[in-house]
Design a protein around this ligand. Structure first.
Ligand code: DGL
Length: 277
């Protein structure tokens, strides 16, 4: 018998914890299940087919744990897999009554409010940038805003390998920032469109002029989820509200996951290993 019906929060690895932390702060009463596919991360350089396959496998596993609602706290999965999961996989499955939400649309809905110059830089994985999802979605809500994009393929491996606060990562932080800022002198807002990147936020800010807004998604996604739950009472009422947090990872080195996760989540994390083929 399923004892809890938690909100599922999914990421390819530890990055989604930056979103989960904001969600858990804003909506502390619900039960949560966090799932990081660390052993197969990074997703950012993988093909559409592979990202979709991995994400759908993980989402089904979370449904099987009882999650009525799963948040893809991963831009790459949101860009590459969300639509196929919502429109093709779920309607034809036994999970047709469940819900999966992404992080791109809620971010696109508000990001135009941060810029005075109407020029935004989007930093993301290769997959997110190539999908053009941000350029398309931001244009729907803020047609006056010009979107510049830069893929930062080395940032996620640095973070997943615990190098985010080491001096070696500075070279790569500066390299991608120089590339995006060279695209236009009018950029006044940089969106961290990968949930891993807030872990580099201090270094990122140190290499930018102080007038640049560096925007992370955590609070934006948490506000949007809160609004969603108020509008969808049938889902909200189905969720259990015991304040529990469970963590699962596909790496068998759960101690390593727990050490980094506790730091980002700002509370002790004890994860369990889930084997994925
Ligand atoms: N944290 C993820 C994102 O928001 C994915 C990073 C990756 O696995 O490459 O895009």
């Amino acid at each position: 018998m399923q004892v809890t019906k938690p909100i599922g929060v999914f990421d390819s690895g530890i990055g989604g914890l930056t979103v989960f932390r904001s969600i858990a702060e804003k909506l502390p009463g619900y039960d949560y299940l966090y799932f990081g596919d660390n052993t197969r991360a990074p997703y950012g350089n993988r093909s559409f087919k592979t990202i979709h396959q991995y994400t759908w496998e993980c989402v089904q596993w979370m449904f099987n744990q009882g999650c009525p609602l799963v948040i893809l706290a991963c831009n790459t999965a949101s860009a590459k897999a969300l639509r196929t999961i919502q429109q093709q996989d779920m309607p034809n499955s036994r999970y047709a009554d469940r819900r999966v939400l992404g992080v791109i649309r809620p971010t696109a809905e508000v990001i135009g409010n941060y810029t005075q110059t109407h020029e935004i830089g989007v930093l993301g994985t290769k997959g997110t940038v190539q999908s053009q999802s941000y350029a398309i979605e931001i244009n729907k809500f803020f047609p006056e805003v010009t979107v510049h994009q830069q893929a930062c393929p080395l940032w996620v491996p640095l973070i997943e390998n615990g190098e985010y606060d080491k001096p070696g990562s500075d070279y790569y932080v500066k390299q991608y920032l120089d590339q995006i800022m060279a695209q236009s002198a009018n950029i006044d807002t940089l969106l961290l469109a990968c949930t891993h990147y807030p872990l580099l936020q201090d270094k990122i800010k140190a290499y930018l002029p102080p007038h640049i807004n560096v925007v992370a998604q955590g609070d934006i996604v948490a506000d949007s989820l809160s609004d969603y739950l108020q509008r969808h009472t049938e889902i909200e009422q189905d969720l259990t509200k015991g304040g529990n947090r469970q963590f699962f990872t596909t790496t068998d080195d759960t101690a390593d996951f727990d050490q980094h996760a506790s730091l980002f989540f700002n509370a002790e994390v004890m994860s369990s290993y889930v084997a994925m083929k």
